[in-house]
Design a protein around this ligand. Structure first.
Ligand code: AMP
Ligand code: MG
Length: 421
C-alpha cells in the first residue's frame, strides 16, 4: 500500500485547482440524457413534466352562458330600469344549466336563467335575480339597466382554439389538470418521475434500526436523500449501506444500475485512504472528480455508467444536502425536461455579521423571516458541515460569492429557497 500522505502544503486546498459551482453544474447538465416521454391519463400526471406543449382544440366556454342566477334580457328592454322605476317583462321560460332546448328572448320578454345555463337566442345580458322582484302573474320586474354582455360568459373568454396553454417543460399542478379536463385533453405526453437509487458508503455506518457499536454512526444521509429525491418529484429507491471496500462497492453500484435513472452515493469522495467512489464509477463507466469552490461540499464526483448519471456526494450530511440542492436537484429536473432547473431565490438582509472562507462560494443555512416589508436571513451560530441542526432550522441557503469573506448585519444576500413557490 502506498503511503497515506499529502503534498506538504500550508493550505488544505489550492485555489487554482478549484472548479466553480456553475461550471461543475454546467458540465453535469450538459451530460444528462433525456428520459423517454410516455403518454398518461391526466389524472396520473400530477408533479410530472410535460414533454410536449398543450394547445387547445376547443373554446372555453364553448357556448355563451350565464355567470349569474337571474334573467336573460334584451338591453333595450331594460334601458330605463332603476331601483325605484322597474321595468316589467313577461317571463318567456326558464333555462337551467345543461339545458339543450332553449326559449327565445323576444322584445318585452325575459327568460329565467341559472348560472352556467346557455344564453337563449335574443338575449344580450343577464340581470342578477337580486336586482329583480316579482311582477304581475307571469311577469318579472327588472330594477337595473344592463349593458351588452353583462354577466354573460363569452365563447372563448377563458381559452380560444389554437391557444398555447402549457409549454413543454412545465411541471403539472392540480389547476393544469382541471384545465386539461375542461378542454377534453384526456391524455398528455409527459416524462416519468426518474427512479433514483441512493447508496450510503462508509465502514462506520449502521442502518437506523440498529444500535451503533463504538465508533460507528447511523446512516443519516440515506433517509434524508430519499426525502429530497421524493420532494424533487422523483422516486427514491434505497440501496442501503455499503462498506468502504472496492469489491463490495463495485457490486453495489453494478447491481443497482438496472433500476436507476440516476444513482446517488454519499461518502468516500474525499482524500481519505478508503475513499473509493471515484475508482468504482471509473471502472464501470466514465467519471470525473473535482474540488469544487464551494463550502460545504468541496469534493464532488460525477460520472455516467451507460445511460445512468451517477453522483458521488461528500458524506457529511450538510455537505450531501447542499450538494444535492446545487447539483442533483437541477439534474433531476433536467432529466425530466423541466424548463426551471433552479429553485427560486429571494434577496434578504442579514441579521448578523458573517464570515466566509476565501476562494469558495459559501452557502450558509439561514432562517428567513418577513419583517417590515423585506426578507431577513438569520444564520445560526453553528455552520459546520456535520451540524444537521443547522439544516433543520433553515429555509434557505444564503449564497456568499467566492471573493467575499465578510458581510455585516444589514448587508443583502441572495438566498436559494429550500421550498418551491
Ligand atoms: P466521507 O465523505 O466518507 O469522508 O465522510 C465524511 C463525514 O461524513 C464522516 O464524518 C462520515 O462519518 C460522515 N458520513 C458519511 N456518510 C454518512 C451518512 N450516510 N450519514 C451520516 N454521516 C455520514
Ligand atoms: Mg467515508
Amino acid at each position: 500500500m502506498s503511503t497515506f500522505a499529502g503534498e506538504g502544503r500550508a493550505e488544505v486546498t489550492d485555489p487554482a485547482r478549484l472548479m466553480s459551482v456553475d461550471r461543475w453544474r454546467e458540465l453535469i447538465l450538459g451530460d444528462l440524457p433525456a428520459l423517454d416521454a410516455i403518454e398518461l391519463r391526466i389524472q396520473d400526471t400530477l408533479g410530472l413534466v410535460l414533454a410536449a406543449p398543450v394547445e387547445s382544440a376547443e373554446s372555453v366556454p364553448s357556448f355563451a352562458n350565464s355567470a349569474m342566477d337571474g334573467y336573460a334580457v334584451r338591453v333595450d328592454d331594460v334601458a330605463d330600469a332603476s331601483v325605484d322605476t322597474p321595468v316589467e317583462l313577461t317571463v318567456a321560460g326558464e333555462v337551467r344549466a345543461g339545458a339543450g332546448q332553449l326559449p327565445t328572448v323576444t322584445p318585452g320578454t325575459a327568460v329565467a336563467i341559472m348560472t352556467g345555463a346557455p344564453l337563449p337566442a335574443g338575449a344580450e345580458a343577464v340581470v342578477p335575480v337580486e336586482s329583480t322582484s316579482a311582477g304581475e302573474r307571469g311577469r318579472i320586474r327588472i330594477h337595473r339597466a344592463a349593458r351588452q354582455g353583462d354577466h354573460v360568459r363569452r365563447v372563448g373568454e377563458d381559452v380560444s382554439p389554437g391557444q398555447r396553454l402549457l409549454p413543454a417543460g412545465h411541471r403539472i399542478r392540480p389547476a393544469d389538470i382541471g384545465l386539461l379536463a375542461a378542454i377534453g385533453q384526456s391524455r398528455v405526453l409527459v416524462r416519468p418521475a426518474p427512479r433514483v437509487v441512493i447508496l450510503s458508503t462508509g465502514d462506520e455506518l449502521v442502518p437506523l434500526e440498529k444500535r451503533p457499536e463504538p465508533g460507528r454512526i447511523r446512516d443519516a444521509n440515506g433517509p434524508m436523500l430519499g426525502a429530497l429525491v421524493r420532494q424533487a418529484g422523483a422516486v427514491p429507491y434505497s440501496a442501503g449501506i455499503v462498506a468502504d471496500d472496492l469489491k463490495a462497492m463495485l457490486y453495489a453500484f453494478d447491481s443497482n444500475l438496472g433500476h436507476a435513472d440516476l444513482l446517488i452515493a454519499t461518502g468516500g469522495v474525499s482524500a481519505g485512504a478508503y475513499d473509493h467512489v471515484q475508482e468504482v464509477i471509473g471502472k464501470l463507466g466514465k467519471v470525473r472528480a473535482e474540488k469544487v469552490a464551494v463550502k460545504p461540499g468541496m469534493p464532488q464526483v460525477y460520472g455516467r455508467i451507460g445511460d445512468t448519471p451517477v453522483f458521488g456526494l461528500p458524506g457529511n450530511p450538510v455537505s450531501a444536502f447542499v450538494s444535492f440542492e446545487l447539483f442533483v436537484r437541477p439534474a433531476i429536473r433536467a432529466l425530466q425536461g423541466r424548463s426551471d432547473v433552479a429553485r427560486p431565490q429571494v434577496r434578504a438582509v442579514l441579521t448578523e455579521d458573517v464570515s466566509a472562507p476565501p476562494h469558495k462560494r459559501t452557502f450558509l443555512r439561514v432562517r428567513l423571516k418577513r419583517e417590515a416589508g423585506r426578507w431577513t436571513a438569520s444564520p445560526g451560530s453553528a455552520q459546520g458541515s456535520h451540524v444537521l441542526t443547522s439544516l433543520v432550522r433553515a429555509d434557505g441557503l444564503a449564497d456568499i460569492p467566492e471573493d467575499v469573506t465578510r458581510l455585516a448585519a444589514g448587508d443583502e444576500v441572495t438566498v436559494h429557497l429550500l421550498v418551491d413557490v
